[in-house]
Design a protein around this ligand. Sequence first.
Ligand SMILES: CSC[C@@H](O)[C@@H](O)C(=O)COP(=O)(O)O
Ligand SMILES: [Zn+2]
Length: 213
Amino acid sequence: MATTTLPDPERLAACAREIADAGRDLGARGWTPATSSNFSLRYDDTHAAVTVSGRDKGRLSVDDIMLVDFAGNAVGTSARPSAETLLHVQMYRRDASIGAVLHTHSHNQTVASRLYAPAGLIRFSGLELQKAITGYTTHDSELDLPVFPNTQDMPELVDQVDAWLDAGKPLHGYLIDGHGIYTWGRTMAEARRHLEAFEFLLAVELDLRRLRA
Ligand SMILES: CSC[C@@H](O)[C@@H](O)C(=O)COP(=O)(O)O
Ligand SMILES: [Zn+2]
């Protein structure tokens, strides 16, 4: 039986271009400061294309994207995948419809994560932009964005996300305290829309807090 060597260079390059396009846009918005953030695309049923650790995510080139399996191991390269790869592959493993995962460190994401960490979540309601999240059809709904404690221990973070999902609670993204946001979508376009929506909702929430103070 013929064996195929992974990754297919053309397929990986196509993933890399899509990831680099997203990174350029998110970097230009100031959401990926100082090499922070990481991005990925589903490659197949058991692999993902993910950013190499430590690269400038606003200026990615094809060499800055690599293949990993769903256990987070590098495939076909000695490059080091994102330190947070396990949070990406977790989503692909848990939901076969997820095709892209984005993680950024915007100012609003970081400030909001610190403010709402004690509550454990931010609940958005009454905002038209909640409808930018797939499945939400009216402003008259509640959209929860959990805030998990930060840790450098990725399996511990994975467990926190698993616990939320295993409790049957809807999850479209999450903040990590003092750190940033994770969100995803069926496609890169949907993941980008979700990220943009959460960033907007967080900015509104922070402004309302300031103005009401
Ligand atoms: C440069 S500080 C941010 C990192 O610690 C990490 O949170 C991050 O988002 C980027 O890590 P990376 O390993 O490059 O994917
Ligand atoms: Zn990070």
